[in-house]
Design a protein around this ligand. Structure first.
Ligand code: GDP
Length: 508
């Protein structure tokens, strides 16, 4: 019997406490099992040394990408989302590989821009969200104000599950609303050290506030949560250990197990015997002497076994997965296997790309892994014209990894790259120089946004492309892309060419 899976990610704005909460989840979850700390035996040891070799030789860090822990008979897979102000498609796509998310909010700040962006991605896929309002040990905003902000800004029902009794200097603990038990701060640290009190005597002020809360917000409805219409809200302090055990319990009790995944010709249920999965992230090495990558695959159905042959749909021959990186939990008996909801790291030489489906029989294709329209476009200027080939290779490679998107204009040789965050531009330039020995500069492009174009009627698409050749480009897969000077121009052009579809995302 395999244990139930909970595959989830944490979404937050930088500084809200994601790292601290991650550490505490691993700690309270019973074990900090980063892949490197696994005590290995037999085949298990072989797997361990495989990835250690990969990690050491290539100087990459795969350990923190997936963190697995087992608690009360449930296996939790926590997928890391890179935590920069800026984020790449990697972050977006990681959210396509989870079944639920925890949204961490700083009690003093409320909903911040990045929380909101990541939330929108979750909503696109109806990923259910549990909210954790962090840092109640410090002065925060009034609780009602925070709850109303979540409800209003995210258009979501909120259901408080616990209530902070004061914050900052007034902080007296966190009350669990269902059980009427309070977790108390203790000692000099004012941390939670295990003291829980039943039906505490609270002052009138708190009694009133809690009564109001219970009338003012809907009761928790598991079905609404799973549809992504309601979020249960927990209050706590990752730093001082409040609310962390409750959060794990909530994930165990309410968060969905792996669900059927959208695919063609039909959705794939986890109970399906055939092994299937999709690549949601590709991580390149940092060591310029090695060109290998790790493709992270989310297993959607079947029981994966080491050495199994899987075929990437649409391109390529079957590949035997001899050295998968499995993110073991310590007590897993059969560590050479992985189950739906688990993540497998597959070392490869660039054959596997983000969005690829892998399966035993190669007759399914997972859908819904979107490419997002870039928000920043730049023209790449090569300083040494003899390096054209290297530049093309580098841009293609980085596009595959999801660092950037690349567009090859129909006219002219000025390649254009697109990113969703400023930081990616710096990463791109530095990697071009260090890994590919290509000196390049980025200059403003005459375009502001990109749209993938398509049409039912091939003649209509051709007409459009012929008449707008100066603004047409191809993405790295050869799909036609219209480069526009502004979002306004997209609207204007779309009105004039009613038969052409202009998409801000492209599903792979
Ligand atoms: P991340 O950027 O979201 O990963 O945030 P970190 O976990 O690195 O936390 C940012 C800062 O907030 C650090 O200085 C933490 O020590 C602090 N912090 C995190 N959680 C809490 C909390 O519950 N209470 C207080 N007072 N500080 C916290």
């Amino acid at each position: 019997m395999t244990s139930p899976r909970r595959t989830f990610a944490i979404i937050s704005h930088p500084d809200a406490g994601k790292t601290t909460l991650t550490e505490k989840l691993l700690y309270f979850g019973g074990a900090i099992h980063l892949a490197g700390e696994v005590k290995a035996r037999g085949a298990n040891r072989r797997a361990r040394s495989d990835w250690m070799k990969i990690e050491q030789q290539r100087g990459i860090s795969v350990t923190s990408s997936v963190m697995t822990f087992e608690h009360d008979g449930i296996t939790f897979n926590l997928l890391d989302t890179p935590g920069h102000e800026d984020f790449s498609e990697d972050t977006y796509r990681t959210l396509t590989a989870v079944d639920s998310a925890v949204m961490v909010i700083d009690a003093a700040k409320g909903i911040e821009p990045q929380t909101r962006k990541l939330f929108e991605v979750c909503r696109l896929r109806s990923v259910p969200i549990i909210t954790f309002v962090n840092k109640v040990d410090r002065e925060g905003r009034p609780v009602f104000e925070l709850l109303d902000e979540i409800a209003d800004m995210l258009a979501l029902d909120v259901s408080p599950m616990s209530w902070p009794i004061g914050m900052g200097g007034e902080f007296e603990g966190v009350l669990d609303l269902a059980s009427n038990r309070i977790s108390r701060p203790e000692g000099d640290s004012r941390a939670f050290l295990g003291t829980v009190e039943d039906s505490p005597a609270l002052s009138e002020r708190w009694q009133e506030e809690i009564e109001l809360a219970q009338i003012g917000y809907p009761a928790f409805d598991p079905a609404a949560y799973r549809h992504g219409d309601l979020t249960p809200v927990y209050f706590g302090s990752a730093l001082k250990d409040f609310g962390v055990a409750e959060l794990i319990a909530a994930l165990a009790e309410h968060a969905p197990a792996p669900r059927p995944q959208p695919a063609e010709p039909a959705p794939v249920a986890p109970e399906n015997d055939e092994v299937t999965g999709f690549v949601f992230k590709v991580q390149a090495n940092m060591d310029p002497n090695h060109r290998d990558r790790i493709a992270f695959m989310r297993l959607c159905s079947g029981t994966f076994k080491r050495g199994m042959k899987l075929t990437p749909t649409g391109h390529g021959k079957p590949i035997a997965v001899h050295s998968p990186i499995l993110f073991f939990a310590q007590n897993r008996e059969v560590a050479d296997e992985a189950f739906p909801g688990d993540i497998i790291g597959i070392p490869n030489h660039g054959t596997l790309r983000v969005g690829d489906t892998l399966s035993e029989r190669a007759d399914v294709r997972f859908t819904g892994l979107p490419n997002f329209a870039p928000e920043i476009l730049r023209r790449v200027q090569l300083k040494d014209p003899t390096k054209t080939k290297q530049l093309r290779k580098a841009l293609d490679d980085m596009a595959e990894e999801g660092v950037t998107q690349v567009f090859y204009p129909e006219i002219g040789s000025n390649w254009i790259i697109g990113v969703v965050g400023q930081l990616q531009l710096e990463v791109l330039l530095s990697r071009l120089e260090v890994e590919y020995k290509v000196a390049a500069a980025l200059e403003p492009a005459p375009f502001d946004t990109a749209r993938w174009v398509s049409a039912e009627d091939p003649a209509a698409l051709k007409d459009f492309m012929d008449l707008n050749r100066g603004a047409m480009a191809k993405d790295r897969d050869g799909n036609p892309v219209f480069l526009a000077k502004s979002a306004w121009e997209v609207g204007y052009i779309a009105d004039r060419y009613a038969k052409v579809r202009f998409a801000a995302t492209r599903e792979r």
